[in-house]
Design a protein around this ligand. Structure first.
Ligand code: CP
Ligand code: NVA
Length: 300
């Protein structure tokens, strides 16, 4: 199938990613001025969610409406996907009726399998391995607040999870330095680390990772699907909480991001989201603008 997919940040060139972010900034201005922009009139997005979501669902659904199109929420409980219809068959049928499909799922391989058989673009709305849509919003947010991220230092504190893997991809695509601080045994994807080379350093000390950073980001200690590991992870990550004190060790103009939902008192201190250095609400809102730009890029 020849459709253009967005399963990873590597599915776009660095120039295309910059183009999407610039467009997201323009679309945000249009929305702030309440200027209608219906570039996807008549288009329909299928949204397959095998995991929970607040931001991703609302931003994709509202985004399609704002662009003049429609979105259909598809839960595996209510479709034949949940009853074992093969991904390849589902992809062929769904893509014959829809213009673009987003999937939030567990195994990344399932997403790739679906995309292989889809005649229309497939977007990764989070898999166990990657969360590229979140990185579009994060990179837009950094650009809006601090300008070009090229050459800057980013610190990822906590689990080497899907978000961390996407930060590694972003470090390569946006050309920044990434310090990952995680407990032993919770490192990010080894293949991605090898691909990133010297640009990404893995360490086991949050203070060392945060030193001089221009952006600090973290995420939950137990991701969706890891609920049973929550207790053991809480112990393993106990010294990896991001606090105001940790931000004090970073660059004076550091910003703090979290993809949300956050657990106050676990991966962040109780009050961190109220700190002026936290930009999480702007970051979350940007999911809307960045994904509208992505939808236009893939569909129009
Ligand atoms: N950050 C993010 O993807 O949030 P949701 O799980 O609410 O979609
Ligand atoms: N790492 C988290 C991100 C949620 C948006 C998870 O996969 O649950």
């Amino acid at each position: 199938m020849s459709a253009r997919h967005f399963l990873s940040l590597f599915d776009c060139t660095p120039a295309e990613l910059q183009q999407i972010i610039q467009r997201a900034i323009e679309l945000k201005k249009l929305r702030q001025q309440r200027i209608a922009h219906e570039s996807l009139k008549g288009c329909v997005l299928g949204m397959i969610f095998e995991k929970s979501s607040t931001r991703t669902r609302i931003s994709f659904e509202a985004g399609m409406c704002q662009l003049g199109g429609n979105a259909i929420f598809l839960s595996p409980n209510d479709t034949q996907l949940g009853r074992g219809e093969p991904l390849s068959d589902s992809a062929k049928v769904m893509s014959s009726m829809l213009d673009v499909i987003m999937i939030r799922t567990y195994a990344h391989a399932g997403l790739e399998e679906f995309a292989r058989h889809s005649a229309v673009p497939v977007i990764n709305a989070l898999s166990d391995d990657l969360h590229p849509c979140q990185l579009l919003a994060d990179m837009q947010c950094f650009h809006e607040l601090r300008g070009d991220i090229q050459g800057k230092t980013v610190a990822w504190i906590g689990d080497g999870n899907n978000m961390c893997n996407s930060y590694i991809e972003a470090a390569i695509q946006f050309d920044f330095k990434l310090n990952v601080a995680c407990p032993e045994g919770y490192e990010p994807d080894a293949q991605l680390l090898a691909q990133a080379g010297d640009r990404v350093q893995v360490m086991h000390n949050p203070e060392q990772a945060a030193a001089g950073a221009h952006l600090i980001s973290t995420d939950v200690w137990a991701s969706m699907g890891q609920e049973e590991e929550a207790k053991i992870r809480k112990a393993a990550f106990a010294t990896y909480q991001v606090t105001e004190k940790l931000l004090d060790m970073a660059a004076s103009d550091v910003v703090f991001m979290h993809c949300l939902p956050a657990h106050r008192g676990e991966e962040i201190s109780e009050t961190l989201l109220d700190d002026p250095r936290s930009v999480v609400w702007q970051q979350a809102e940007n999911r809307l603008h960045a994904q509208k730009a992505l939808l236009e890029f893939l569909v129009v």
